[in-house]
Design a protein around this ligand. Structure first.
Ligand code: E4P
Length: 219
């Protein structure tokens, strides 16, 4: 399983990369807007250089021709760019054209196994079920992740499932056990995965105990 960061914040990405566990990044219009920088090309190019792996950048056009033009432009920004396209009728049509041109697509705003199946058949490299947003409205988001992993596996479809809209560490454990190829996580969840109160307590005790003998040895 691979871990991506779901953020457009450069400092968070820098820190994630330092940890050595992050191999990609997903952005979306809301995440980029949150950083207050309207120059998507500059932000995405900088992230691509930092992470050295797939970086998703989303189109905002909603009609086929507009999506095609925007996606082709975004795809030229950097070798690591993956174009994010929402699962709409126009989106799926554009994905099937772009995939034949060799453009790597992450189909976003996916909420059902049927949507995910269509994305894979259209040729998306990645499909992102938004499990947290499904949970928010009383559906079982993780079930959609599980269904897609099973369907792609059954038919040997090369599309990879990105568990997205991850909200807490238990989502991560479930996605990993289910076999999601990738999970994209907010920086806060990455930190929660790392931390455990017993690690802190244990380390404090080790250091205190060691200080006693180390102090005695110096005396
Ligand atoms: C994924 O690529 C999306 O950017 C993201 O996971 C959406 O998450 P949210 O539901 O927390 O906004």
């Amino acid at each position: 399983m691979r871990l991506w960061l779901d953020t457009a914040n450069i400092e968070e990405i820098r820190q994630g990369v330092r940890l050595g566990v992050i191999s990609g990044v997903t952005t979306n219009p809301s995440l980029v807007a949150k950083e207050g920088d309207g120059n998507l090309q500059r932000v995405v190019t900088e992230i691509c250089e930092l992470v050295g792996g797939p970086v998703s950048a989303e189109v905002v056009a909603t009609e086929v021709e507009g999506i095609l033009a925007e996606a082709r432009r975004i795809a030229r920004w950097h070798q690591h760019v993956v174009v994010k396209i929402p699962c709409t009728e126009a989106g799926v049509q554009a994905i099937s054209i772009l995939a034949k041109e060799g453009v790597r697509i992450n189909m976003t705003l996916t909420f059902s196994p049927n949507q995910g199946l269509l994305g894979a058949l259209a040729g998306a490299t990645y499909v992102s079920p938004f499990l947290g947003r499904l949970d928010d409205v009383g559906h079982d988001g993780m079930q959609v992740v599980a269904d897609l992993v099973e369907i792609y596996d059954k038919y040997h479809l090369p599309t990879q499932v990105v568990a997205a809209s991850v909200r807490h560490p238990l989502h991560m454990v479930a996605a990993a056990k289910i076999g999601a190829h990738i999970a994209t996580v907010p920086y806060k969840v990455l930190q929660q995965m790392l931390q455990h109160p017993l690690t802190d307590v244990g380390l404090a005790r080790f250091l205190k105990d060691w200080q006693q003998v180390a102090g005695a040895a110096v005396l």
